[in-house]
Design a protein around this ligand. Structure first.
Ligand code: ZN
Length: 292
């Protein structure tokens, strides 16, 4: 595959053209990226109520697992006088912040004004705006969390560098993101090579207000972390399959028929024990400032 003039955002190598005109792969660190354009505050293509219902079961379970896991790295820092501070970047409706409030002094940032306003109306500690511009210079956190967010923001190294300035001593960055080693992503690539591009396009959220700009794995994320002055200190996977609500999740983008969604949901449900034997499509990485 030909090399391009596009440098890798993680390691600087020239990227190779990928499977679609907007898709590129790094021969150096394995990063996959797109040149798709975000259009936040510009488009409203998804019925938010359907989307909330569709994603609730997987969100609830994974957020619980994630909070317990983050606790291994920051709870020791809590004192009676001060609860640990947690920042959720791109917090959407504030679900994670809401759950995190039990343990943390939590704050969410959300760039989509309509969504931030709704979260505020529910009395959640959510602030409208982008990271890190929406933070005051002196705001510090023990954990800065990106839940399905880092893969949507351009220039990953710069974003991680922005975390440096807002971390308390010993603080961590938590990146929860799709993993290019995952079974479903790899199947979508296989289909794409066979000329069936729909599932690959959907994996990248082509045509959505905030498409995926990156697909990381441990190697490319460690590379970006290193370039920003962080070490990758832990990783784990989260399940991308929760059978409850599966039909609604397949339907929610509005472009899958009822019959087709039911057939896909049925096939996946039967295949779950087998699917769990393969690499997960969701990874979580914990980063710590070098020497911090
Ligand atoms: Zn690279």
């Amino acid at each position: 595959m030909p090399l391009t003039e596009l440098p890798c955002d993680c390691c600087g190598a020239s990227m190779q053209t990928g499977l679609r005109p907007w898709h590129f792969v790094c021969p150096g660190c394995g990063l996959e990226r797109s040149t798709l354009e975000p259009r936040i505050n510009d488009l409203d293509t998804i019925d938010e109520i359907d989307r909330e219902r569709a994603l609730a079961p997987i969100r609830d379970r994974n957020f619980g697992v994630l909070l317990a896991w983050i606790g291994h790295y920051v709870d020791a820092r809590a004192t009676k006088a001060r609860r640990p501070r947690l920042l959720d970047v791109g917090c959407a409706h504030g679900w994670f912040v809401e759950k995190a409030q039990a343990t943390y002094d939590a704050l969410g940032l959300e760039p989509d004004e309509a969504i931030a306003t709704r979260a505020l109306a529910r009395n959640l500690p959510v602030r409208g705006g982008y990271f890190p511009q929406a933070l005051r210079d002196d705001e510090r956190f023990d954990a800065i969390v990106f839940n399905d967010v880092l893969e949507h923001i351009p220039d990953v190294v710069r974003v991680l560098q922005g975390c440096s300035a807002h971390l308390a001593d010993g603080g961590i960055v938590v990146v929860n993101a799709p993993d290019c080693r995952g079974l479903f992503y790899r199947l979508s690539k296989l289909l794409c090579r066979l000329g069936r591009t729909a599932s690959f396009d959907r994996m990248w959220q082509l045509g959505m207000p905030s498409p995926h700009l990156y697909y990381f794995d441990t190697r490319s994320l460690a590379q970006a972390a290193g370039a920003a002055g962080f070490d990758l200190i832990a990783e784990r996977t989260l399940s991308s399959i929760v059978t409850k609500g599966l039909y609604a999740r397949i339907r929610y983008a509005g472009n899958v028929s009822r019959v087709r969604a039911a057939l896909i949901a049925g096939a996946i449900t039967m295949g779950v024990p087998l699917i769990r034997l393969f690499p997960s499509d969701i990874s979580v990485w914990v980063l710590k400032k070098r020497g911090g």
